[in-house]
Design a protein around this ligand. Structure first.
Ligand code: ADP
Ligand code: MG
Length: 332
């Protein structure tokens, strides 16, 4: 992949939230590249950092360290004013709560027109773009209806059109189908693909839908503020029923230093603590727990004790707090 293909590049991205004396490391050195024109999804358990990632990509929030380039903008280096301009020019947002984007007493057309008026688009250009957008989100028959007359799915489609009012390159959605039933959600996903084809839009969606992999080209899983694995459609399988699970392949991601994360379930299953043996074989690399090593018993014991809260030691907030505390004392 050349850098020209990438619309979003995150390298070792770090985001720390501070409330009083408490620090939460929401992004813990996250690496991710998103290609121009992808329709992709971010998944992960609650608190894994999905919303934080979306907000920093969208310029609503600033990362503390690392690298974040979106459409050739270096988001860690932009001034506050340039970040506002970046957000207006490049990013459209949709949220789970439709009300966040919509004005109930205006009709569909007026709702879509409002942000264009605010950014000074001339009337003729406005009308043209509104027509295209209404067509793309399939609301031609609803043009003059007030928002209250629309179903939940239709309202979310208006929200999508509004998000695209300024012709952004990126559409970011934080669980935009979370309140919709599965059929309505499918219509919304079809519209994302339609927008992608028509306007070369890149779409990044945070989702809880267990079937999400069938509706997008790639699903990236976030765990403890880092990317852990991705599911892509296999290109080597003949036929095109993308709903067949055989067409999906889960790939584990290495971070920029080449580190691999083994999920807790896998470590438990194979009795892996924090040491492994890697054997090079003809087809690839074989990973297994160590045998006959001085640490074998220690590691097996550690694997047994793995719990949900068992983050790798360097990621534990308490240790991070101590380091930050020490740094602060040094600076003072
Ligand atoms: P997700 O969207 O995957 O549920 P978030 O990105 O919202 O996760 O949160 C990641 C972590 O950062 C969580 O521990 C959360 O409590 C914390 N966090 C998120 N936003 C804030 C904030 N504005 N202030 C303090 N902590 C926050
Ligand atoms: Mg969230």
């Amino acid at each position: 992949m050349t850098t020209n293909d990438a619309i979003v590049t995150c390298e070792n991205l770090i985001k720390v939230y501070r409330i009083d004396d408490l620090e939460v490391m929401a992004l813990q050195g996250l690496d991710l590249t998103i290609r121009r024109g992808e329709v992709m999804a971010l998944v992960g358990s609650s608190g894994s950092g999905k919303t934080t990632l979306l907000n920093v990509i969208g310029g609503l929030d600033r990362p503390n360290a690392g690298k974040l380039i979106v459409a050739d903008n270096d988001l860690l280096k932009l001034t506050d004013g340039s970040l506002d301009a970046y957000r207006r020019q490049y990013v459209g947002f949709i949220w789970q709560q439709k009300a966040r984007n919509l004005i109930p007493y205006l009709d569909v057309e007026q709702n879509i027109e409002l942000p264009m008026i605010m950014s000074g688009v001339a009337q003729r250009a406005r009308k043209e773009w509104i027509g295209e957008l209404i067509d793309a989100v399939r609301l031609n028959h609803r043009r003059g209806h007030k928002l209250a007359q629309l179903s939940g799915g239709e309202q979310q489609r208006v929200a999508i059109a509004i998000a695209l009012a300024n012709r952004p390159a990126l559409l970011l959605g934080d669980e935009p189908t979370g309140e919709l039933d599965s059929q309505t959600a499918e219509v919304v996903f079809n519209i994302f693909h339609e927008l992608n084809r028509r306007f070369a839009l890149t779409v990044i969606i945070v989702s809880h839908d267990p079937h999400i992999a069938h509706f997008v080209n790639r699903v990236v899983a976030i765990r403890d503020g880092k990317t852990s694995s991705e599911t892509v459609k296999r290109v080597d399988v003949a036929g095109s029923d993308s709903r067949d699970p055989a067409h999906l392949e889960e790939l584990h991601m290495l971070d920029s230093a080449g580190r691999l994360q083994l999920p807790k379930e896998v470590r438990q299953k194979y009795g892996i603590g924090n040491r492994i043996v890697m054997e090079e074989q003809e087809e690839g690399i074989f990973i297994k727990p160590p045998v006959n090593s001085a640490f074998e018993a220690v590691d097996a014991e550690r694997a047994k004790r793995l719990t949900e809260a068992d983050a790798p030691p360097e990621l534990k907030t308490s240790r991070f707090d101590r380091i930050m505390g020490a740094l602060r004392r040094k600076i003072k």
